[in-house]
Write a protein that binds this ligand. Sequence first.
Ligand code: ADP
Ligand code: MG
Length: 250
Amino acid sequence: MTSVTTGETLIELRAIDMSFTGASGEPLTVLDRVNLRLREGEIVALLGRSGSGKSTLLRLIAGLLAPTSGQVIYRDRPLRGTNPGAALVFQSFALMPWLSVQDNVELGLAARGVAPALRRRRALEAIDRIGLDGFESAYPKELSGGMRQRVGFARALVLEPDLLLMDEPFSALDVLTAENLRTELVNLWSAKDFPTKCVCIVTHNIEEAVQLADRVLVLSSNPGRIIAEVDVAQPRPRNRRAPGFQALVD
Ligand code: ADP
Ligand code: MG
């Protein structure tokens, strides 16, 4: 997935509003008329402070939440229910502690009705690719944070999703582990045979957004609105002076 060309639109959010009911029953508007488009060949970072609605936005794209109003369009059709082309990587890994690495990675394939022999083969490939060779029978509690998140990545990548959605995937890891994993991931998705067409990474880390993405969308807080869009391919100093970036850095 090396090109930054404007490929076909994979997902489009049109005038999305999202409200929840707050603790004392008051309405809480989290996202306010959010429009965005993710295209084939792109790596997009969604940058915002804690509580700005980043996870909510990813859940909407994954079809795990329905918007209060507005439309989520996947491949030109309104999304109903779970997005069949998306896979999520979570901040807190969200592994099943009672399942081995292999079984954690196979779980999504099992849910999609893939036969056991094929499931096993694809899971072993994904485990190998993400550097977990030899840990197939280990349980999550036996692994370090970095290794657990590798399982999280293998579990998403084994589905060969069109859209890889990552919700602060490095924020629970120490700095060095995070840096190693980021570098490896960039190598992975730069490979010609990487099947995923679009990566969307949520982060509150400005350096990470600029390091990983072609395009950075900046989300404001209370309510969440996309207040800036920065093309990282542009010269960096100019980006850093973009108003949305400054608002976050100040
Ligand atoms: P972020 O990922 O940017 O930290 P979230 O999307 O998790 O932000 O949450 C944005 C806001 O929405 C927060 O104030 C959070 O408390 C609230 N929120 C998220 N999910 C729910 C929910 N299911 N019910 C009520 N409030 C929610
Ligand atoms: Mg979040």
